[in-house]
Design a protein around this ligand. Structure first.
Ligand code: PLP
Ligand code: COI
Length: 345
């Protein structure tokens, strides 16, 4: 494909973190009168928004997160974008926003990634282009009801590998005075307000020296739900992959991917209710999500109880193997037997 050249960018690829960095443009579609309009690339990262937009007042706002990779063969590929399209539509339905046709979602990703292709970290740096689709009510409304206008936008920003010098185990905390999501609430969708609710416990965890907070089910506080921004996975002493199944956790694309890879490796995978006490039987615990892939957890603190759940000096062998396998597929270093990577260029 013949591409017009883009202005040069100067980025220290080796030292990228997970923070917003301005790129050439983002893409915007507007929904009005019952239909999505054309996608427009916009250079300014600012929006002109009505002061009565429902996103601002009533939290009618949802987002997604996925990544594009510059692969070993020089091609640019996105990892499992259809999964994010489906999850965004699940959130759209739950929050009474218009759905985004999958073809429109995929075309929008292609357009905005290609327009920012020189912001994709080169192969070998461990970085990727983080893609953030955002859907929100932009129409004015003062009574509590759905907006009559919506914006679907996608911004992209280059991010670095979380673990440049190997996977670094962290400590997790369980707070008894916070819940992430109500049993029949919105925990299973990626609505913005879930993250507003997580800020206070997350800051509290940080102040106390914990990298992540682990939530139990809101009704009984007996079963594991998930971490603030990632799913819980445990490897039992006899080598089973155990992960909570609950109507109030976010269905993670990374967890789904890791479960499939674990099965490919011959492991037993159990997605079911997981009692908190079961962590005593686990030899490895991880938090999984798009941003980090896997964060190994070596200790979980719940009140006065301190539970060791994995090695302190490095990642456990099973999670490390899974981490290496998924990242090798993402960077095109090994075959992609499940057809997860979608080629853009
Ligand atoms: N759980 C929550 C609450 C999250 O915010 C995320 C990240 O988006 C995940 C799990 C992991 O999901 P995924 O693997 O699709 O990024
Ligand atoms: C992830 O992508 O894994 C996340 O946790 C998203 C987060 C930045 C909200």
């Amino acid at each position: 494909m013949n591409m017009p050249s883009l202005p040069d960018v100067t980025i220290d690829w080796e030292n990228l973190g997970f923070s917003y960095q301005r790129t050439h443009c983002h893409l915007e579609h507007v929904w009005r009168d019952g239909a999505w309009g054309p996608g427009r690339l916009k250079k300014s990262p600012y929006l002109k928004l009505h002061i009565a937009a429902t996103a601002l007042h009533y939290g009618q706002s949802a987002f997604e997160g996925l990544k594009a990779f510059c692969c070993q063969d020089g091609h640019l590929r996105v990892f499992r974008p259809q999964m994010n399209a489906r999850r965004m539509n699940l959130t759209a339905r739950r929050t009474c926003m218009p759905e985004i046709p999958e073809a429109l979602f995929l075309a929008a990703i292609r357009k905005v990634v290609i327009a920012n292709r020189n912001f994709v970290p080169p192969y070998g740096t461990g970085g990727s282009l983080y893609i953030r689709p955002l859907l929100f009510g932009s129409g004015a409304q003062i009574g509590v009801s759905p907006a009559n206008e919506y914006i679907f936008l996608i911004l992209v920003t280059p991010v670095g590998a979380y673990y440049k010098r190997g996977l670094k185990p962290v400590r997790a905390v369980v707070f008894d005075d916070y819940d992430r999501a109500a049993p029949l609430g919105m925990g299973h969708v990626k609505v913005a307000g879930n993250y507003a609710a997580s800020l206070e416990p997350h800051l509290k965890a940080h102040e106390q020296g914990f990298a992540v907070e682990l939530y139990l089910d809101a009704k009984t506080h007996r079963y594991i739900e998930e971490f603030g921004t990632s799913n819980f996975i445990g490897i039992t002493r006899d080598g089973r992959y155990v992960t909570p199944k609950s109507p109030s956790i976010l269905p993670s694309v990374t967890n789904d991917t890791l479960q499939t890879l674990a099965k490919d490796m011959g492991m037993n995978v159990e997605a079911r209710q997981v009692a908190f006490d079961e962590v005593l039987e686990m030899s490895e615990v991880g938090a999984c999500g798009t941003a980090v892939v896997i964060t190994p957890v070596h200790e979980i603190v719940h009140g006065r109880t301190v539970i060791r759940v994995g090695p302190e000096d490095g990642c456990g062998p099973v999670l490390e193997k899974l981490y290496k396998r998924v990242t090798a597929i993402q960077y095109g270093e090994v075959p992609d037997p499940h057809g997860w990577c979608v080629s853009l260029l």
